[in-house]
Design a protein around this ligand. Sequence first.
Ligand SMILES: Cc1ncc(COP(=O)(O)O)c(C=O)c1O
Length: 389
Amino acid sequence: MRFARRMDKLGVVASFEVLQKAKQMEAEGRDIIHLEIGEPDFKTADHIKEAGIQAIRDNYTHYSAASGFWDLREAIAEYESKFKGFEVSPEEVVVTSGGKPIMYYAITLFSQRGDEILSPNPGYPVYESIIRFCGGKPIPFPFLGINAFNFDPGLFKSLVTPRTKMIILNTPSNPTGTIFTQKDLEFIAKIAIRNDLMVLSDEIYSRIVYDGEFNSIAAIPGMKERTIVLDGLSKSHAMTGWRLGWGIMPKNISNMMNRLNGNITSCASTITQRAAIQAITGDQTMTHEMVKKFRERRNLMVKGLNKIPGFTTLKPFGAFYVFPNIEGTGMQSQVLANFLLDNAGVALLPGTGFGKYGEGYLRLSYANSSDNIRAAVKRIEDALLNGRK
Ligand SMILES: Cc1ncc(COP(=O)(O)O)c(C=O)c1O
């Protein structure tokens, strides 16, 4: 049996690998604090769960259109129009099983062999993996200065070539938690328009912002027609397992994407789609409470980590990750991540899991209780001091 050659191009998601190793250690009796996870530790709100249960009772157990139920697309269009600063119509919404398929579909629709796609680095590793899988070439653009997560316009511009087809943005960013400023976005928009480039704007963390202001590049004049926005309920409503995301894009693109979605998944789960209407139109208290808690934990974690010799941690603006610079420890990211799992019982990710510019950093998720965050910081400090837990 021989797998197709394209399979060599598909990466594995680092967080799932570390989780697996940590689970194995737990099975052997070790006590592990999980800071590698990329999902809220909160429960889905009861009124959303009830809507899902009611959907089953009401026999929403059949296919929907590939693009999703019309009333859900209407609800998403209204929800996004209010929040993102540009008008969205239901025809411009494609509902998918989580936000991830939008990445694959957008890259598949617009790039072929040899095409170049600018991708943030450190950044969500799936972008580069899918670009390679589709025969394209990821061009990493650093979204990180000397321990400051800022954007370098001159460098960005120099990476655009006649082969460039698309720019991928992620704001707030996984793994750094930084956001693009309106000025950055206007600069990128100018480049996209001048070079006739598509933009995939991953805004899955857009409702988890603590400082600064979230802006969507699609709201800049001339950009809606060349942007595919990715968003969904996984992070904002603690619904990762329900699998509900969407893309927003011009109608001619959504028609194509629906064709792709219909070929691959038929449609998103119809039970989840009914629950999603409740998530979007119902009470948003749970989201607000969750963001409030995340903010407290972020502050706690940043303060704790900054006391550890060799760690320098900036306060992230959004999402639920911190990305400390650890060059002062004298250890490389992967070595330090392994060391901390083995000796401190803290599972976290090396910055290099997010690309080459992640060397010198770690990613820690604060989707965990304040008590566990305090304990993890203490364990890291002790392990670095003593070399053992
Ligand atoms: C930046 C980013 N985009 C998209 C996703 C995928 O979200 P979903 O679970 O809705 O597919 C994630 C999940 O970790 C993410 O971090």
